[in-house]
Design a protein around this ligand. Structure first.
Ligand SMILES: CC(C)(COP(=O)(O)OP(=O)(O)OC[C@H]1O[C@@H](n2cnc3c(N)ncnc32)[C@H](O)[C@@H]1OP(=O)(O)O)[C@@H](O)C(=O)NCCC(=O)NCCS
Length: 151
């Protein structure tokens, strides 16, 4: 992991959401070959698995990558790790109804990971960072609440 990347993520997160408004933190570490093994099962399984995990926008992106299997599988691993980290950042009451496909981790205008989707509460802000090295991919998510909504 690049230390510069990690420090700049933390600085951005803290300047955007004051420490008092941070409501949750989650991390997840994925062994990418484990995801690749899951995805190399029958095509019908791959479709079911990706539809359960991916938001509509992510599904479109993944489909466009299918010719490059390595890139495609890394993208799925990235989505998985971000959503597991996101799950950990949520309160227990929201974890019970959690569905990965309700959350979108891509921004079509930027390569930076992000979190959007109908499951976000009013005034809630998420800060995401991902890093990968060799066969491992790590995602971190900070959940914040804007000043106006936290009174
Ligand atoms: C609970 C869950 C996040 C654990 O993830 P995991 O990959 O099995 O294990 P990890 O090593 O990443 O994390 C384990 C740690 O998460 C923490 N943890 C456990 N439950 C947690 C929860 N509900 N919220 C936040 N953190 C939790 C614990 O510290 C645990 O460490 P411990 O086992 O030493 O106590 C995961 O099993 C889960 O339920 N995810 C839900 C999201 C989802 O829908 N996933 C798949 C759908 S197809």
């Amino acid at each position: 992991m690049s230390l510069c990347k990690s420090a700049s993520f933390t600085r951005t997160a803290i300047s955007n959401a004051s420490i008092g408004n941070i409501r949750g933190l989650g991390v997840d570490l994925v062994y990418v070959p484990r995801i690749m093994a899951l995805l190399s099962r029958k095509p019908v399984y791959l479709t079911k698995f990706t539809q359960r995990i991916l938001h509509e926008a992510e599904y479109v992106r993944a489909t466009s990558m299918i010719d490059s299997r390595g890139r495609h599988d890394l993208f799925i691993a990235r989505c998985w790790a971000i959503k597991e980290a996101l799950f950990k950042s949520l309160d227990t009451s929201r974890q019970s109804g959690f569905r990965m496909r309700d959350w979108n981790t891509i921004d079509t205008s930027s390569p930076k990971p992000t979190i959007s989707g109908g499951a976000i509460h009013k005034g809630e802000e998420f800060f995401v960072s991902v890093t990968h090295d060799g066969e491992y991919l790590l995602a971190a998510v900070i959940r914040g609440q804007s000043d106006q909504m936290s009174q």
